[in-house]
Design a protein around this ligand. Structure first.
Ligand code: DHB
Length: 393
């Protein structure tokens, strides 16, 4: 084919595609990149939505609303946090009616699981910013997670307990998949290391009453009570732990950091002192990046303290921006997910990367002690497991 023929073919091909309206919208560099952000902005888990929504605002303030020559448009939807079919329906509407390029958010595991098949069918990257059940990333090749997993945060706690003269434990978890992941991981690690589990207690995920469980744990006289509850429920657990006098009975409280959620620490106050938890983020993490983040977050929100969910949102946005830079603004789902695999950066939580094999986050898990700092309760990191992958269940 000579040059003239080639040019003619390209021209007719282009004109023909135009005529039948086949040029995909996303190919216009002038169009914004649309991110459909689905979060629980109301209901019992509204704090998760508020934290992530605020983190996205902090991110846009710092990095701007344009990347790789494309404007970024966020379309926020409130799923109420409790009904997986609503989350899925909102995702469907965002894809069909709003023509979004990327799905993001997902405050709780059941909401992420319900939407996963849709990400696969429509080839849309789905950035899980909060939900923490191990299996989520396996449910779609388009899922990339910037939050954490419960096995990842639980295993270091079991190891710490074994090294610190805790020989018997009662576990108390929320009765849904992340809780069951946490319970299974703790049981396995702790018993394999020679510890003894006296009982596994499970509280309802919706409007839980922790009183009977905390009382039962006290009656069993373990060395420690291990707790996992989702963000928002920690105050109720801490109140029972204090009122029923477990600390005075010599029963320590340990857990994943969800129970001493930074969002709730001002309400929990002194009851947090001495409680040991393992987690990937503390607002007290001593790095310049984190100090700047906490200050910006508190300023934009009139004094709210950022928690671990906010960081999942902040890093999710960072990942999207970096991937768009790599694809030069191309929003093709497969290309974006490829670009995200293996990405490494310095997060406000410490160094992180996306495991290219699983699309899950690899990060440090810190061991922290509840302490009062200038009259306010904080989780102070004193040890860490570096670059820890989700160990699965
Ligand atoms: C999940 C939600 C939370 O708020 C949390 O702290 C941990 C896990 C979840 O549903 O996956």
């Amino acid at each position: 084919m000579n040059i003239n023929n080639k040019r003619r073919t390209l021209l007719t091909g282009g004109a023909a595609a135009f005529a039948v309206g086949m040029i995909p919208k996303a190919s216009f560099a002038a169009d914004p990149v649309k991110i459909g952000l689905i979060l629980p902005m109301s209901g019992p888990f509204a704090s998760t939505g508020k934290q992530i929504d605020t983190a996205v605002k902090v991110f846009l303030q710092k990095y701007g609303d344009t990347v790789a020559g494309r404007k970024i448009e966020i379309i926020l939807k409130d799923d109420g946090g409790l009904q997986p079919e609503i989350t899925k329906q909102l995702a469907q509407e965002l894809i069909v009616k709003e023509n979004i390029d990327i799905l993001a958010g997902f405050g709780l595991t059941p909401l992420a699981l319900s939407t996963a098949p849709l990400a696969t069918q429509t080839k849309k990257p789905m950035i899980v910013m909060a939900a923490g059940t191990s299996i989520i990333v396996q449910r779609s090749p388009f899922i990339v997670r910037t939050s954490f997993t419960l096995p990842q945060n639980t295993a270091p706690m079991a190891d710490w307990a074994l090294k610190n003269k805790i020989k018997t434990v009662v576990t108390l978890v929320s009765d849904y998949s992340p809780g069951l992941d946490s319970e299974k991981t703790f049981n396995k690690r702790f018993t394999e290391g020679g510890g003894k589990i006296l009982d596994n207690l499970r509280a309802s995920m919706r409007s839980p009453d922790f009183a009977p469980f905390v009382q039962k744990a006290k009656d069993l006289k373990p060395d420690a009570l291990f707790v996992f509850v989702p963000s928002g429920e920690g105050v109720a657990v801490m109140k029972q732990y204090e009122e029923r006098g477990l600390a005075k009975a010599g029963i320590r409280l340990i857990g994943t950091g969800d129970v001493l959620d930074d969002d709730l620490m001002p309400s929990i106050g002194k009851a947090a002192v001495g409680v040991i938890t393992s987690h990937h983020y503390s607002a007290a993490h001593p790095s310049p990046e984190n100090k700047a983040y906490v200050a910006a977050f508190e300023k934009i929100s009139n004094g709210m303290r950022p928690n671990f969910h906010s960081v999942g949102g902040y890093d999710g946005m960072y990942l999207i921006y970096e991937a768009l830079k790599k694809t030069k603004g191309d929003t093709d789902g497969e290309k974006l997910v490829e670009a995200m695999k293996g990405m490494k950066w310095m997060s406000v939580r410490g160094p992180v990367s996306i495991d290219p094999a699983t699309r899950d986050i690899i990060q440090n898990v810190y061991i922290r002690r509840g302490e009062m700092v200038n009259g306010a309760a904080y989780n102070i990191e004193f040890d860490k497991v570096e670059n820890f992958k989700d160990p699965g269940t």
